[in-house]
Ligand binder design. Sequence first.
Ligand SMILES: Nc1ncnc2c1ncn2[C@@H]1O[C@H](COP(=O)(O)OP(=O)(O)OP(=O)(O)O)[C@@H](O)[C@H]1O
Length: 363
Amino acid sequence: MTLVLSGVGVDYGDRRVVDDVSLTVSADSGSADSGSGPVTVILGPSGCGKSTLLRAVAGLEPLAAGAITFDGADLAAVPPYRRDFGMVFQDGQLFPGRTVAANIAYGLRARRWARPQIAERVAEMLELVGLPELANRRVDDLSGGQAQRVALARALAPRPRLLLLDEPLAALDANLRGRLADDIGDIVRATATPAIMVTHDHDEAATMGDTIVVMRAGAVVARDSAARVWRHPRDEWTARFLGWEHFLAAAHAGDVVRTELGDIPAAQLHVDHGERVTAVAIRAESLRARRPDDAATTLLPVLRVRDLPERMHVILDGSALAVPIAELGALVDDERAGRPRVGEMMAVTLVGARVGLLGGRGR
Ligand SMILES: Nc1ncnc2c1ncn2[C@@H]1O[C@H](COP(=O)(O)OP(=O)(O)OP(=O)(O)O)[C@@H](O)[C@H]1O
């Protein structure tokens, strides 16, 4: 399946909230690394227009500019109910006063499926979403997580060509969200239904997405496989939005990427021969602080110590770095050596495993 958006614009009144979005979403047998698996996640801050874009794909918002095609056919004249797309909203939007089974059967009745097939499909969907015992429960009596599972079952029952998920987990408790994110990912993959999900949550995007599309102020600013999008943020805004905290000046030298806080093998950052590198993106987990020994390393003074449940962190003063960083977090390497003191100089080194490459590959 291939959905192509070409120069799509959507207006609310005289405001253009989706502006010139061109994007191809395809789901085939490609590997997750190529970014062509079944789930595309549209990730962006609140108000950037992601829901509006999804609604435009569903046919719920008219296009002010551009076109959307599905497998080569223009959708302009196809009303929402004839697109064969399933939709799950943030708050489920189940039909109140009816049972779970009646909600799941809704789209099948509308398509005039025969009764025995409807019963069979409803049972199959309830099994799929892990709620086989709730068929006759009124949807008004469900928990938030159960309601979202029923909404997913209802959307998938008619075997849609494409599933559209608009922040399906946003209304749930944090601990339920992670579990349901895993389950929705598994369910969508089990049915091999191509899906587009909108979220502003990085963890959800990373858990569920094969391809990640980053939106900012109505426009698409990045599209890559989930494996690459975090490691190669194209610019500082994207990097910060994706959770990278700091940037270190860096240069490509032979088979390493050199920074003031240590070298990283170029291969680990997937830097090609001769590729220019100016900065790497880091988080506290990328840095280790220890008491200085003989090795010549960068020393930075401790500003604060944070004893978190999983690890002791220090906040260092990085204002002497080539790209000054006022407060630089690092994990303390050997806690048995005692709690670092404020003002003490600590040796800081970069650990390559969780480092992003800013700008990567000129995308
Ligand atoms: N029906 C509407 N009429 C007018 N403006 C709207 C309407 N719906 C959304 N907007 C505005 O359009 C912009 C994009 O909204 P949209 O809901 O698409 O953003 P979003 O990225 O999905 O954000 P969120 O994550 O908060 O839902 C926002 O500024 C919003 O206030």
